[in-house]
Design a protein around this ligand. Structure first.
Ligand code: RTP
Ligand code: MG
Length: 143
């Protein structure tokens, strides 16, 4: 498996819990490299665009409200099999189903406020990275 990039969000609930560093540590311990990162407070328009695929779902309004309720950290992770590796670190969408030791088991309480986001496929990763970062904000490691 070649080196891959994925897009990740530390959601408002996890920022509020003050566990940004804990979450970044999990990425680093798993061998994922943070090659871009910033804090932002998403506008409604930005969050709606990000979750456009869920527009018709019953939870869409609550999801957008939650994602704009406070600042988030957005980052690009790079490493072997990064998309799947990050999904494993995150755990299941519903924290009640998340395996022990995953981020959602440790930091999420409900399916609505579940601590982190991670891209689910190469196409969504590319789209999501470009939605938040310009090419010159990506800093691949040279050493
Ligand atoms: P994410 O996109 O945030 O990484 O999460 P995911 O792939 O595990 O889940 P997805 O199906 O893409 O759903 C996106 C986010 O919508 C919220 N959600 N709420 N109330 C519900 O039944 C429900 N289902 C999904 C979650 O915050 C989920 O992360
Ligand atoms: Mg998703």
């Amino acid at each position: 498996m070649a080196v891959e990039r994925t897009f990740s969000i530390v959601k408002p609930d996890a920022v509020a819990k003050n566990v940004i560093g804990e979450i970044y540590s999990r990425f680093e311990r798993a061998g994922l490299k943070i090659i871009a990162s910033k804090m932002m407070h998403m506008s409604q328009e930005k969050a709606e665009g990000f979750y456009a695929e869920h527009k018709e779902r019953p939870f869409f309004g609550a999801l957008v409200e939650f994602m704009t309720s406070g600042p988030v950290m957005v980052q690009v992770l790079e490493g072997e099999n990064a998309i799947k590796a990050n999904r494993e670190i995150m755990g299941a969408t519903n924290p009640a189903e998340a395996l022990r030791g995953t981020l959602r088991a440790d930091y999420a309480v409900t399916v609505d406020e579940n601590a982190v986001h991670g891209s689910d496929a190469p196409e969504s990763a590319a789209r999501e990275i470009a939605y938040f970062f310009s090419e010159d904000e990506l800093c691949p490691r040279t050493r």
